[in-house]
Design a protein around this ligand. Structure first.
Ligand SMILES: *Cc1c(COP(=O)(O)O)cnc(C)c1O
Length: 363
């Protein structure tokens, strides 16, 4: 008699709950850190032509040489460093974890952090260690150094700026962690476009540093393109695990085309940063809302004075606004909500709905 799934699938996979993406059709979508702007019509026309003439009967260029050259230039990858592409940076995290998953190996991060770090550790059979941030979401360097000494993690992931908190960690604190780490440290710069800091230059200084970027938060989330930069001795090993055609032909052609106009996405990022300031100020002015500093394209805030995040979240949904409820996901995020910065019109809709929700959600 054949066995049932729970007799053959790994127990840690059976114990997982699937990553939940809430339905958003018809909603003002401010839950997933997407860029709310579209590309200009002329560029969309160029993309349409490219798509129409793409040889989709053939496999894409497995090495994506042309796109990699464009990325190297656009992202100012230091000389001597290699790059590896992923189907989003999520896939790169998975490739790294697969490579480092020796029996008993630990993947370390901070808590709260991007949930995929923990999930992918589990997918790949790695142990996971999460070191709590301080209550203000800064890095607890002493706790990190102690945990590193004790657990000897094979790989440490640090998002810079951090998700879901939005803050940029102290650069010296991150450097001390890189210096103390027995394995590699991956600095995940998914929100680089909205911050004025990067570890890209430090690749030259630190042999155990890998740097990850993605085009998703910049405005190309639908293409699925992430990138890892680092020394050839690490990247040549990781490349062995990359499935050969992970970047499809449309991803390669369209990303390369958009990169020919670097000003467009950067201008959109500037518009988002300006709106971030406007929105933070308006949120700060509300009673019952504590706003945290952000260097990303989203704002973390906590409901105070008796308001409940879960209730406010539901009320917003009734008004057609989808954000992210983080209450219950980590003790430090008690009563916290996260909103992505949208267009000025969307942000006004959100703020008006939030004010209306505050009126109805105390009862
Ligand atoms: C969104 C996000 C990613 C994943 O982005 P991809 O779309 O898979 O490239 C990676 N790291 C952090 C911190 C993120 O917030």
């Amino acid at each position: 008699m054949s066995r049932s799934p729970d007799q053959v699938i790994r127990p840690e996979i059976l114990a997982l709950s699937a990553y939940h993406v809430p339905p958003a059709s018809g909603m003002v979508k401010l839950d997933a850190m997407e860029n709310p702007y579209t590309l200009p019509p002329e560029l969309r026309e160029e993309i349409a032509q490219l798509a129409a003439s793409a040889p989709i009967n053939r496999y894409p260029d497995a090495g994506a040489a042309s796109l990699k050259a464009a990325l190297r230039e656009a992202l100012a990858i230091p000389d001597g460093m290699d790059i590896m592409l992923g189907n989003g940076s999520d896939e790169i995290i998975q490739i790294i974890a697969l490579a480092f998953a020796r029996p008993g190996a630990i993947l370390m991060s901070v808590e709260p952090a991007f949930v995929m770090f923990r999930m992918i550790a589990t997918f790949t059979g790695m142990g996971y260690a999460g070191v709590p941030l301080r209550a203000d979401f800064s890095l607890d360097v002493d706790a990190m150094l102690t945990a590193i000494a004790r657990q000897q993690p094979a790989v440490i992931f640090i998002a810079y700026p951090n998700n879901p908190t939005g803050n940029l960690f102290d650069a010296d604190a991150v450097s001390r962690i890189i210096e103390a780490a027995p394995g590699v440290v991956v600095v995940d710069e998914a929100y680089h476009a909205f911050a004025d800091a990067s570890f890209m230059d430090k690749l030259v200084q630190y042999p155990n540093l890998l740097l990850m970027r993605t085009l998703s938060k910049l405005g190309l989330a639908g293409l699925r393109l992430g990138l890892l930069a680092g020394r050839p001795e690490w990247l040549s090993q990781l490349e062995k695990l990359r499935l050969p055609y992970n970047a499809g032909i449309f991803t390669q052609l369209i990303a390369e085309k958009v990169l020919q106009y670097p000003g467009i996405l950067l201008q959109q990022a500037e518009a988002i940063k300006t709106e971030r300031t406007v929105m933070s100020k308006r949120l700060v002015a509300l009673d019952g809302v504590e706003v945290f500093p952000t260097d990303a394209n989203f704002i973390l805030f906590r409901m105070t004075q008796g308001y409940k995040a879960g209730k406010v979240f539901q009320e917003l949904k009734k008004h057609g606004i989808l954000i992210k409820n983080l209450d219950g996901s980590h003790p430090l995020l008690k009563n916290c909500l996260r909103v992505t910065v949208g267009t000025p019109a969307e942000n006004v809709q959100f703020l008006e709905a939030l004010q209306a929700s505050l009126k109805t959600s105390l009862t």
